[in-house]
Write a protein that binds this ligand. Sequence first.
Ligand SMILES: [Zn+2]
Length: 163
Amino acid sequence: MKPLTEREIRTAFVNCTKGEAKRLAVPRDLADRPWDDLDFLGWRDPRAPDRAYLATVLDGRPKALALRCPGSASWQTRRGMCSICLTGHTGGVSLMVAPKAGKAGQQGNSVGTYMCSDLSCSLYVRGRKETGAGARVHESITLEEKIRRTEANLAAFIAKVTA
Ligand SMILES: [Zn+2]
């Protein structure tokens, strides 16, 4: 994806208030991120481990989500598969809950999905990051297809949040 600036990321949030988007923790090392290998940028708030964020570009426009990880205390031991990149983990899948955009979110509605706890889906898909031993499922589809599938799953998740 094309590199995003802090300003682009902060203005791209669809499911939190403008004030929250202004204050939340955006990584300081944006210039050093491996943008060429990213379908989205995901990060956790170092001061609040139950908060995570992701930013991507959908139809040419930056979109970002604020996420909560309610089970952050136990995520290390959870087995499962990421619903975004379909990587299997012997540990390291978290339930990420996104408040819905707009009125629905203000009324407490949210959408949840199990996702790589470190939000590094793009790197797992490309084999740049490894999961625990034996967790890799052999698939006969190409890298290009896996990337497209990851993008489609992420777009579907964002669509649910903004619906
Ligand atoms: Zn993933």
